[in-house]
Design a protein around this ligand. Structure first.
Ligand code: ACM
Ligand code: ZN
Length: 464
């Protein structure tokens, strides 16, 4: 009965590797599960025919993905079309970044994001928990981080100061307790989603410096002026890495992060850290001399190596933004390529793993360009547009020699919080563009045309 391909494509996103449509349908029966150890870790086969639904996989994850496919196949009358599917992801890192520092969402929103991620077979939540705009994770040893550090205490970009109702004023303190994190981790695990926490060093750390004034290279008056006037905010957010107290502080933070989060990866940031303060800071210059470092790029690289080694002792690996390439990568470091694809290409060529998510293809704070995109935060939404079609056109392997493809773990969309205030805003920006990226990373080389994707998306929306 199989083999007669029908013209209409089943509304499946991400589209499976192989779909053979049959004729007729199967009623609402419970699936039968079979194991086949020869299948890949996330692979599955699904056969809907002869009154039965049979799911075959090597793992629970494979069976879980088969169930997500079944949910999309299910028609309004409760039946399923006859079909035979063989499926497996092209990439192992199929992610979503959620920025909780600029805007704190809270656990119920996170759970709803995880539900949608699961429906589209996404498996990594990159949880951006710390940044200059607020520290969002309980650290028992340093309660000030979730008090002062979790508020927005000083004038900042004005559109960053609005709370969900659009009011301007103090924001926070908002943060996740460890119990809430455990609850979210369990919720994600049940959906075969890993959570990678991000703790930003050595830039984007203004909220930490506000709690610990000795952590800046600058004198306090200069630091406060920079923050008040919103000038050189990146420079103000750089930690003094010549200060041993800074190193010890973050070792303690990473101790607690590793106790809480089970994943092998910890994201240590590394982006947008201007190195100007370090040039004139006696402590940073002494560090460079003591460690035999030729320039400030090497100083940042020293920080990356130091925490990479610290985390390696705990059995963890680091992932960092592509700036960690300059000055040299520590062994085992994974690069998240955001300024373009070049960081991913360089990492792969050096035999390092990469997650390729260039901002022009994957940053969902860019407006969609659709008529109904009200983009109420014009200061942030410059000229760049990121329409659905462009997200769909992305190829994480572009420019990477075939021999290095194995180093490309995958991609993700990035949901920065500056211009996202309500869950409606978040959903509007995240979906369906994240569906397009989900197909990029799951279907891979077998990705279909954009028109085909649109038709399936419309089909899915109609069946909701
Ligand atoms: C970034 O957008 N600074 C990673
Ligand atoms: Zn310094």
């Amino acid at each position: 009965m199989f083999g007669s391909l029908l013209l209409a494509v089943l509304p499946l996103i991400p589209y499976p590797q192989s779909v053979i449509e049959g004729t007729g349908c199967v009623g609402d029966v419970a699936p039968v599960y079979e194991r086949d150890a020869s299948l890949g870790a996330e692979a599955y086969r699904l056969r809907v025919a002869d009154g039965r639904i049979v799911v075959t996989s090597a793992t629970e994850a494979g069976a879980f993905y088969a169930r997500q496919t079944l949910k999309q196949l299910r028609r309004k009358d409760g039946t399923y079309p006859s079909v035979e599917i063989a499926d497996a992801p092209a990439f192992s890192w199929r992610g979503v970044l959620l920025d909780e520092s600029r805007h704190f969402w809270g656990k119920e929103v996170v759970k709803r994001v995880l539900d949608r991620m699961a429906a589209f077979k996404l498996n990594v939540l990159h949880w951006h928990l710390t940044d200059s705009h607020g520290w969002r994770l309980q650290i028992d040893r340093y309660p000030e981080l979730t008090d002062r550090g979790a508020r927005r205490p000083i004038p900042d970009w004005d559109w960053n100061m609005r709370d969900a109702d659009g009011a301007v004023g103090e924001y926070g303190p908002y943060f996740y307790t460890k119990d809430e994190v455990r609850e979210i981790l369990a919720y994600a695990k049940a959906r075969h989603i890993r959570i990678i926490p991000e703790i930003e060093i050595p830039g984007h750390s203004r909220e930490v410096i506000l709690c610990h004034p000795s952590f800046t290279c600058l004198d306090w008056g200069t630091f406060v002026d920079m923050v008040r006037t919103c000038k050189q905010v990146d420079q103000a957010a750089a930690l003094c890495v010549g200060n041993d107290e800074v190193m010890t502080f973050f070792e303690h933070v990473f101790d607690e992060v590793c106790e809480l989060f089970p994943d092998e990866y910890v994201h240590i940031g590394g982006d947008e850290c201007p190195r100007g303060n370090w040039k004139t800071c006696p402590k940073c210059q002494k560090r460079m001399k003591d460690e035999g470092l030729k320039n400030e790029d090497e100083l940042q690289s020293w920080v990356t190596r130091r925490f990479s080694a610290y985390l390696a002792k705990k059995g963890r690996r680091i992932v960092g933004w592509d700036e960690i390439l300059s000055g040299g990568l520590p062994e085992g470091a994974t690069v998240m390529s955001w300024r373009g694809a070049e960081g991913g290409i360089a990492a792969a060529n050096q035999g390092h793993c990469a997650v390729v998510c260039p901002h022009r293809m994957c940053y969902l704070d860019y407006p969609t360009g659709e008529k109904d995109d009200t983009c109420p935060y014009p200061r942030f939404c410059a000229k760049t547009r990121l329409p659905l079609e462009k997200v769909y056109s992305f190829d994480p392997l572009a420019g990477i020699p075939e021999a290095q493809h194995k180093f490309v773990l995958g991609s993700q969309t990035l949901n920065w919080g500056e211009s996202t205030w309500t869950e409606r805003d978040l959903n509007y920006k995240m979906w369906p563009r994240t569906c397009a990226n989900a197909e990029v990373v799951w279907t891979g080389a077998k990705k279909r045309t954009y028109d085909d994707f649109r038709a399936r998306l419309d089909g899915l929306l109609k069946s909701e």
